[in-house]
Design a protein around this ligand. Sequence first.
Ligand code: CA
Ligand code: CA
Length: 171
Amino acid sequence: MRVATELSCKREVILFAYRTPNADELNVWREQDGRLSLYLRSSSEAVHFQVPQFGALETHLCVTWDSSSGATALFLDGRRSLTKIYKMGHRVQSGGRVILGQDLDSYWGSFEAKQSFVGEISDVNMWDSVLPDSTIQRMSSGNREPRGNVFEWEAIQFEIHGGATVLNREL
Ligand code: CA
Ligand code: CA
């Protein structure tokens, strides 16, 4: 995804939520202390990464997680983080919905204004396998790499809630 925000780190902010009826399956947060986190399956235990802060300039963010090894890494503008081991052998369940910039605590609702994202999110894609580093790097510099095979940004049918606006832009 591409993300730009001027929200300061005075509170936690959700960037991406995928929820099934029973659980938060896959969430990406920016924590109050500025770390980026991946949470799988409603766990209170996340994997955290200490990274430079987002600002008004767009940042390309990619989170990779490999179920078989648990290897988890972040890419910010194509730069790779260290790898951490998280939830080895876990499976992300199907049948849920994705919501950008808000956190569901039930299916479908229980939002808290103080967790909402303010800014711009775009070009969100998801794959069911880990992409090569070089593909992520090319994507971060604007190359039209293969789009997400779980979902791709251009094919998403948006449902708009609250103060969100969809803007069309040539990439
Ligand atoms: Ca919440
Ligand atoms: Ca939640």
